[in-house]
Design a protein around this ligand. Structure first.
Ligand SMILES: Cc1cc2nc3c(=O)[nH]c(=O)nc-3n(C[C@H](O)[C@H](O)[C@H](O)COP(=O)(O)OP(=O)(O)OC[C@H]3O[C@@H](n4cnc5c(N)ncnc54)[C@H](O)[C@@H]3O)c2cc1C
Length: 396
């Protein structure tokens, strides 16, 4: 099967002329590092001093990359995506919380998103971040292998109870819950908690999925060890494969503290690791007549990686709708991949972030920074948007 990611009529089937104009303008601004840097400083400063900039943020980056401030506000976006066969992964993108009340609130909101699947189609996957339900210091101490104090052990039990509550709900409601990956200095703890949850809840099917960041060195070995552990202990193994979102921060910290960078030396190294991990997972899945007890999400905007996943899946004899393999992108980006793959019968879903504007700012700033390169994602988005605008002009 040949996937044509340049079919912009399909990709932008739901976009109004105003949507196309707004997205072109926004990605045009994002292409300029100077504008993004100034915008970042100004918006953080203005929000801090409670200046009235929320309206501007809402009409621009927030509207492009988020579903709304609440689950209810996100419903139109969910329905619009689903009308093109694309599911949603509601992502409560509030980060950096520190209190038990805030952690419990994250769990409550996650349960609300899981419950929404009863009335809205296309919501088979859910997601949460460990830093949304656990103190950062605790995760860091666990990752260091430090002995926990009595108070920390108590906190850890509370974190485990939060994970269990969400996993039990997902198990009961027939959904699969992914755990995002974060910075390496807390990731050891996240991996440990994710493994415990998979071992407890994935006895009969995939309830919990972990995440592997392929920009880290040694991820093929990690994946092999994970697969071996799951098969030795008799549980389903699920993983979302991503390249990784914290590259600059990781490199800077390694340089400052004087340890070797955990990141691949170059982009080609990350790409090789990503595709090798994807192949390993599809090999573990095998053919539909005797499938392995695994599932995965290709979490990527990379056309070649999406293509590779699609080709491996179909060449192994799978009807893509029956396979426990999803292809996921972020809302507001790469519609030319999402809608084209969904049209060809693949299981596709978009992360749909939501939350109060002030609290989703770290997420929005990461998207802005990630898109600040004409050579990368922004260039592709602009190219597709221009192509679609030209096509519409021609047919009108
Ligand atoms: C559905 C979904 C879920 C995600 N969940 C997570 C998550 O849980 N945790 C997380 O960290 N990220 C997550 N991400 C973000 C992801 O890790 C990437 O930052 C983003 O998707 C860009 O990578 P790409 O494969 O889409 O595209 P590409 O454009 O092919 O790759 C860009 C990525 O390659 C890597 N890279 C770029 N330059 C270099 C270099 N010089 N050396 C080494 N590596 C380099 C970086 O990781 C960069 O982000 C998620 C993304 C998606 C789509």
């Amino acid at each position: 099967m040949k996937l044509d990611f340049s079919d912009t009529a399909l990709a932008f089937q739901h976009a109004s002329p105003a949507d196309i104009r707004r997205a072109r303008l926004l990605f045009g601004v994002l292409a300029s590092p100077a504008l993004v840097s100034t915008g970042k400083t100004l918006s953080l400063w203005a929000l801090k001093w409670r200046l009235p900039v929320k309206g501007l943020i809402r009409a621009t980056v927030f509207r492009q990359f988020c579903g709304g401030e609440t689950v209810a506000e996100s419903r139109p976006a969910i329905q619009r995506l689903w009308s093109g066969g694309v599911g949603s992964i509601l992502d409560y993108s509030v980060e950096g919380q520190t209190t038990d009340a805030a952690f419990d609130q994250t769990v409550e909101v996650a349960l609300q998103t899981l419950a929404l699947a009863a009335t809205e189609p296309g919501l088979s996957l859910g997601v949460f971040k460990m830093t949304g339900i656990a103190p950062h210091d605790l995760l860091e101490h666990m990752t260091l292998g430090a002995e926990l104090t009595a108070a920390e052990s108590h906190q850890l039990e509370k974190v485990r109870a939060r994970v269990r509550r969400m996993a039990q709900f997902a198990a009961k409601s027939g959904r699969t819950l992914m755990i995002d990956a974060e910075e390496t200095w807390i990731q050891g703890a996240i991996d440990q908690l994710a493994r415990e949850a998979m071992q407890e809840f994935n006895r009969d099917r995939l309830v919990i999925m972990t995440t592997i960041q392929c920009y880290r060195v040694g991820r093929q070995a990690q994946l092999r060890a994970d697969l071996d552990h799951a098969s030795a202990h008799g549980y389903f193994y699920g993983v979302k494969l991503v390249r990784g979102a914290y590259m600059e921060k990781e490199r800077e910290r390694a340089a400052t503290l004087g340890y070797p960078s955990p990141i691949q030396p170059d982009k080609a190294g990350t790409d090789t690791e990503y595709d090798a991990c994807g192949r390993m997972m599809l090999e573990a899945l095998g053919r539909p007549d005797s499938p392995g007890r695994v599932g995965m999400v290709f979490g990527t905007h990379n056309e070649d990686s999406n293509r590779l996943g699609a080709e491996l899946l179909t060449s192994q004899g799978w009807n893509p709708q029956d396979a426990p393999i999803w292809f996921a992108q972020l809302y507001g980006m790469s519609d030319f991949i999402s809608f084209v793959m969904a049209h060809h019968g693949f299981r596709v879903a978009k992360y749909l972030p939501f939350g109060p504007i002030v609290n989703v700012m770290p997420y929005l700033l990461r998207r802005a920074e990630e898109n600040t390169s004409v050579a990368g994602q922004t260039g592709r988005e602009l190219l597709m948007l221009r192509k679609e605008a030209a096509r519409r002009k021609q047919v009108s």
